[in-house]
Each structure stands twice: as structure tokens, then as C-alpha cells.
Design a protein around this ligand. Structure first.
Ligand SMILES: Nc1nc2c(c(=O)[nH]1)N[C@H]1C(S)=C(S)[C@@H](COP(=O)(O)O)O[C@H]1N2
Ligand SMILES: [Mo]
Length: 423
């Protein structure tokens, strides 16, 4: 764990430095001033209330794969996985059940004419955007392949509980706990591609950008989805993934190639990656300035440092409002995960907060993925009640009873009250 700890420390120090530059007004996000970004942030609050559809596909779904209602809850351009559908699916989320978070709509791209362009002053010879170092799909396939199991989880997963459990108003998609999935990703190390492209010793940030349509927020185009990644993380465990659970990457999950940033908020894992800027100066985009920072009374006026690692959460593999027969013994199943460490223990409570029992863990806990667990239960008195699960990780974090408010409802990690009925 000490290696992971020191990597986390470097990320933190890096982001503090970035934050100081930002606060000093040095930073500009692609020509957008800080004041303008704050205006955009306010506009976004109003705009996210409306479902956004890509006009080019107005008649279609923004998502290519089927979204049967027993597996998914559709939320605008996004689809949330139903936790009850994960019961019995094994450690990895099947591709057909994996949640989708699209800023606009899934582009249907062909691997045969896909190119990855690397450019910027963090490469030796500073290739410009119009004279990049290029890799085709077959070039990536010819590099050494690596496989790893990792979750992708939206920073806003669990956002709706700020409102339903804490009475707080937040902006963004009202996810319950289904904006997370775990897959076996196969691809090449971003580090290998960067070294082959000719990384300069002065590089500090890389910024992958998607090939999906420009994202329009508050009537203004913010350009294509892109978010800077500190070089320390990019060289550590980041993949350019072309397979998901043994299949070519599905269209909705970034076909032909996506970035996969283990343990970090989902926005870091840019889908349909088309180019990567490699920079000798810190980079900014709306996705690390306006979005994916914490704003609110508990945070600095211009927000926290950009979000990096995911928080800690637990979920039952049960529908909201699931029913149970009184007196019949059951086994409750669920999963817990953390971006900071390995899940060390999970405690479950079936009597509204009085008695907690330790759950049995079904996976050898590993970083960057969830641990399945179970606990026996014989429901007693009929009536509505709720189930609680609380995870603790090896970094010493335990799910609290409440999460500190932030305006965009990111990183909800408090214990969720799962409503059920005993009949
Ligand atoms: N190009 C691109 N990459 C993207 C996004 C997007 O809209 N466009 N959404 C991001 C967000 S916010 C999340 S949570 C994850 C979701 O990945 P998934 O749809 O494969 O589950 O992709 C990220 N990568
Ligand atoms: Mo996300």
C-alpha cells in the first residue's frame, strides 16, 4: 500500500500546485476566463434540469445498445444500471448491463479509420495539433497488451441522496447508486504510447479528448469532452483500452478505444479518444474547472482541487422497495468499493441503525474494484423498513452518516438507506 499511498500523495501535491495557479488567475481553459467559467457554472445549474438530446439523432436514442427497463433507468442521454439486475452476475458487470454516461450521444466509429493523435509541447520536437504523432488501431494492437479489472464510476453516482436523505438541492443527473460498473479492460499502457511518441522531460499534463459531439451547456459550446490528467497518473496505471470483458469495446463505452483511469472519477476515462495533448504546462478544461470540483460553503470560493480518486460506497443487489416475507430467512447480497484503498470490512444493519453485523466478503479485496458480500437476514415484524451497509477501506475511510454538501452533488459516500417492505 505504501506505493499507492505515495502516488496518491504526489497527485495531491500536484493538484495543490494546479489549484494555486488557478486561484492566482494564471489559468485559462481554452480561452475561457475564470469569471466566464463561474457564469457557465451558474448557467449549467439551470440547463441540467432539461434532458439534452443530440439534434442529429433526435429520433434515435443517444445510446446504441438496448436499454430494457428491467436492467436500466433512463436518465436523459444516460442510462443507470439497476442494482437488482446485478444479482448473480459475477464480479464483472456484463457489457449489456453496464451504465452509460454520455454528455451528448454515442458516435458509431470504425476502428479501421480511427487514428490517435498525440501533440503538444510536452513531446520532444513539440508536434503541433496539425502535425501530430499518430497511432492507428493496428499500431496499438501490436503493442504489449495488459489486462486489468477496474470500476468506472461517475463522480455523481449517488447524487440523488443529497436530496432524498439530506434535503439538499444539487445539480446534475439524479443517479441513485447505479452509475458504476466493473469490467476487465484490455489494452495498452498509456505510458508505452507516450514514451513511443517521445515524451519530453518537461511534460506535466496530458489531455485526452473524445470524438463525440461538442458539449453545449447553457447555450454555449464547451467543445469536445476533454479533461487533463497529471503525468504522474498517466504514467502509472492508465490504459488505452480496446476490449471490455473479452469483447471489442462496445460503441457506448468508447469504441474503438477509450482511456481507462483506475480508481478515479469516471470523467477521467475519456471514451472514443481521438487525440491527446501532451503539455509542459498545466492544462485546464471545463471538466477540471467548472465541473468535477467541489463548490459550496465547505470549500474555497473557486472550488476544491479537481476531483481525482473516487470515494467509498456500498450497495445492495436489491430493487428499491423490495419485499420480503416475515419469518423467512434470507441472504442479502451487495458490493462495496473505494477509490482510496481496498475494502477491509462491511457492516450491515437491518433494524434501522441499532445492531450492525459484519458481512461475509466474497472476493479477495483488490484495489480499483468492488468486493461482493452477503449477510443472512430473517425479517421480523411486517411493515416498511430500510437496510444499511457501511464499508471501511484500508486507507482508514468509513462511510459516514451524512456527506458534506457540494453544489453539483459529487462523491456522495454516506450510508444509503435502502427502503424495503416486510410482508
Ligand atoms: N468522450 C467522452 N468520454 C466520456 C464521457 C463523455 O460523455 N464523452 N463521459 C464521461 C463520464 S462523466 C463517465 S462517468 C464515464 C462513463 O463511462 P461509461 O459510459 O462507459 O459507463 O465516461 C466518461 N468519458
Ligand atoms: Mo461521470
Amino acid at each position: 500500500m505504501s506505493a499507492a499511498g505515495s502516488a496518491a500523495h504526489q497527485e495531491f501535491a500536484y493538484d495543490r500546485r494546479r489549484l494555486r495557479q488557478w486561484l492566482a488567475g494564471e489559468a485559462r481553459a481554452d480561452g475561457v476566463t475564470r469569471r466566464r467559467l463561474l457564469t457557465l457554472l451558474a448557467a449549467t445549474a439551470a440547463a441540467t434540469a432539461l434532458p439534452v438530446r443530440n439534434p442529429a439523432r433526435a429520433a434515435d436514442s443517444p445510446i446504441v445498445k438496448p436499454l430494457p427497463p428491467e436492467w436500466f433507468i433512463q436518465r436523459g442521454t444516460n442510462a443507470e444500471t439497476r442494482w437488482e439486475a446485478l444479482r448473480g452476475t459475477g464480479h464483472h458487470t456484463p457489457n449489456a448491463l453496464f451504465f452509460v454516461r454520455n454528455h451528448t450521444a454515442t458516435p458509431v466509429l470504425d476502428a479501421a479509420d480511427w487514428r490517435l493523435r498525440l501533440w503538444g509541447d510536452g513531446l520532444r520536437g513539440t508536434p503541433a495539433e496539425d502535425r501530430p504523432v499518430e497511432f492507428g488501431y493496428d499500431d496499438l494492437r501490436a503493442l504489449p497488451a495488459v489486462t486489468r479489472t477496474a470500476f468506472v464510476e461517475c463522480a455523481g453516482n449517488g447524487r440523488s441522496y443529497y436530496t432524498t436523505q439530506q434535503g439538499e438541492t444539487v445539480t446534475g443527473t439524479a443517479w441513485t447508486l447505479g452509475a458504476v460498473g466493473v469490467a476487465r479492460w484490455r489494452g495498452v499502457r498509456l505510458a508505452d504510447v507516450l514514451h513511443r511518441a517521445g515524451l519530453s522531460p518537461y511534460a506535466v499534463d496530458v489531455q485526452p479528448r473524445g470524438l463525440d459531439a461538442e458539449y453545449v451547456s447553457g447555450g454555449e459550446s464547451l467543445g469536445r469532452v476533454r479533461r487533463p490528467l497529471p503525468l504522474a497518473k498517466a504514467l502509472d496505471d492508465v490504459l488505452l483500452a480496446y476490449e471490455m470483458n473479452g469483447e471489442p469495446l462496445p460503441y457506448d463505452h468508447g469504441h474503438p478505444v477509450r482511456v481507462l483511469v483506475p480508481s478515479w472519477v469516471g470523467i477521467a476515462s475519456i471514451k472514443w479518444v481521438g487525440d491527446i495533448e501532451v503539455s509542459a504546462r498545466p492544462l485546464y478544461s471545463p471538466w477540471n474547472t467548472t465541473f468535477y470540483r467541489l463548490f459550496g460553503p465547505a470549500y474555497p470560493e473557486d472550488g476544491s482541487a479537481p476531483l481525482t480518486r473516487q470515494t467509498i460506497k456500498s450497495a445492495f443487489e436489491l430493487a428499491s422497495g423490495a419485499t420480503f416475507a416475515a419469518g423467512e430467512s434470507q441472504v442479502l447480497h451487495g458490493r462495496s468499493w473505494s477509490g482510496a484503498g481496498v475494502v477491509a470490512r462491511v457492516d450491515v444493519c437491518t433494524d434501522s441503525g441499532t445492531n450492525w453485523r459484519r458481512a461475509r466478503l466474497h472476493d479477495r479485496p483488490r484495489p480499483g474494484t468492488w468486493t461482493r458480500w452477503s449477510v443472512p437476514w430473517t425479517p421480523g415484524t411486517p411493515g416498511p423498513t430500510h437496510l444499511l451497509a457501511r464499508a471501511t477501506d484500508t486507507a482508514g475511510r468509513t462511510q459516514p452518516d451524512t456527506a458534506v454538501f457540494n453544489a453539483q452533488g459529487y462523491l456522495f459516500h454516506a450510508v444509503v438507506r435502502h427502503p424495503v417492505s416486510v410482508l
